[in-house]
Design a protein around this ligand. Sequence first.
Ligand SMILES: Nc1ncnc2c1ncn2[C@@H]1O[C@H](COP(=O)(O)OS(=O)(=O)O)[C@@H](OP(=O)(O)O)[C@H]1O
Ligand SMILES: Nc1ncnc2c1ncn2[C@@H]1O[C@H](COP(=O)(O)OP(=O)(O)O)[C@@H](O)[C@H]1O
Length: 239
Amino acid sequence: MSMGHLAVIRVKLGKWNGMESDQSSRIFQVRVMSAVGKSTNIFWQECSVGKLDRQKLLKQKGCVVWITGLSGSGKSTLACTLSRELYSKGKLSYILDGDNVRHGLNKDLGFKAEDRAENIRRVGEVAKLFADAGLICIASLISPYRKDRDACRALLPDSNFIEVFMNMPLAVCEARDSKGLYKLARAGKIKGFTGIDDPYEPPLNCEIEIQEKGSVCPTPGDMAGEVVSYLEEKGYLQP
Ligand SMILES: Nc1ncnc2c1ncn2[C@@H]1O[C@H](COP(=O)(O)OS(=O)(=O)O)[C@@H](OP(=O)(O)O)[C@H]1O
Ligand SMILES: Nc1ncnc2c1ncn2[C@@H]1O[C@H](COP(=O)(O)OP(=O)(O)O)[C@@H](O)[C@H]1O
């Protein structure tokens, strides 16, 4: 038995020292003490309301839509358009945007490789909780390193992590430069800017790739439509 994961065993009937009993169902629980990371002497707490119950209530399935790409590639635009489109269909989503999360939960992190890794790890854990809550969690971060994104994927049952790669050429992102950051990076005023002097590792097996057709970028509505079609096809928008 993995000490990190399986913390509660349910046994039908029988008496056993050290077990708690639920009189009505005659189901007994063994509470297993675990050590996870630096936490010792901890117990997993079960609740009778589970993910399936919440999904039934919300009439949808919890999952993570993870949008990755360069600054200016359209991550936030897709996230917002998708959230609005889902809302209009009566589906509940929540956006975890890198820029926003760095205003609170991750305000102690910068842009060194280890800070970016910790940024992605924390958002991956929070996204997992949102998916467990039954929501369609839209994570929108540069998330430049493949191994960090793959670690987030590994937190969830495989099909519940939908990686969307904003495959926009650097030249397009730089020409947009809506925040003026590329200009500062080119002038050497920002060091370690993704795509300029810091790496971006494209996904090898993403579920959805958004790219130009010819040299025309799909509209925000088209990009969101592609993700909604995927979610519909895979049954995420049903109980
Ligand atoms: N050095 C450097 N490199 C890249 N981006 C930078 C940097 N410094 C600040 N910014 C701004 O921070 C936003 C990216 O934050 P993320 O949390 O998504 O980044 S990461 O996933 O940890 O790499 C990013 O927002 P987006 O443009 O929405 O991607 C930038 O506005
Ligand atoms: N599909 C698109 N077509 C045209 N312009 C877009 C599209 N998506 C985003 N943009 C524009 O590009 C800029 C950067 O988009 P944004 O969503 O902020 O990117 P990111 O979150 O990846 O940094 C914004 O000015 C936005 O309006």
